[in-house]
Write a protein that binds this ligand. Structure first.
Ligand code: 4NP
Length: 148
């Protein structure tokens, strides 16, 4: 799960997908394309909206997306078009490129919609982002582990 800062959207996506796939043998992680918040905890508003929904993301720490992540992961979900461009720029070959998916395309195929960056907004933005990511992660979880 990749966003810009790795403190708002992708930590939520990581936490939500982990909560839906806790029985499955999969590694789920998140990272940012930017280096502004390395080693920081998720934004307090992401922590709060996750907690309301029964998901604990307090142990996460921000890190930067690395080219090695293309080797470590089969699927790389980005939150918006800018993340997509930044991650694709780091791809080394076609195998890397095909791993990168816009997360809302799981809900709205081929529309390339952004999960809006809630960083400079209020709590409503975080609630909205949570709802979008929960819907997308429900679909991803069913694909990865159809038996639940
Ligand atoms: P995120 O939100 O990409 O969802 O983690 C942001 C957090 C911080 C910044 C931008 C977006 N920033 O510019 O510091």
């Amino acid at each position: 799960m990749v966003c810009l800062g790795n403190i708002c959207r992708s930590p939520l996506a990581e936490g939500i997908l982990k909560s839906k796939l806790f029985r499955a043998n999969v590694v789920i992680d998140s990272a940012g394309t930017g280096a502004y918040h390395i080693d920081q905890k998720p934004d307090s508003r992401s922590i709060a909206i996750a907690k309301i929904n029964g998901v604990d993301i307090t142990d996460q720490r921000a890190r930067k997306f690395l080219a090695e992540d293309f080797d470590a992961f089969d699927l790389i979900y980005v939150m918006d078009n800018a993340n997509y461009r930044d991650v694709i720029e780091m791809a080394r070959n076609e195998d890397d490129i095909v791993k990168v998916k816009m997360i809302l395309n799981e809900v709205f195929p081929n529309e390339n919609l952004d999960v809006p960056d809630p960083y400079l907004g209020g709590d409503f933005g975080f609630k909205n982002v949570y709802k979008m990511l929960d819907e997308a992660c429900e679909i991803i979880a069913k694909k990865i582990n159809p038996d639940g």
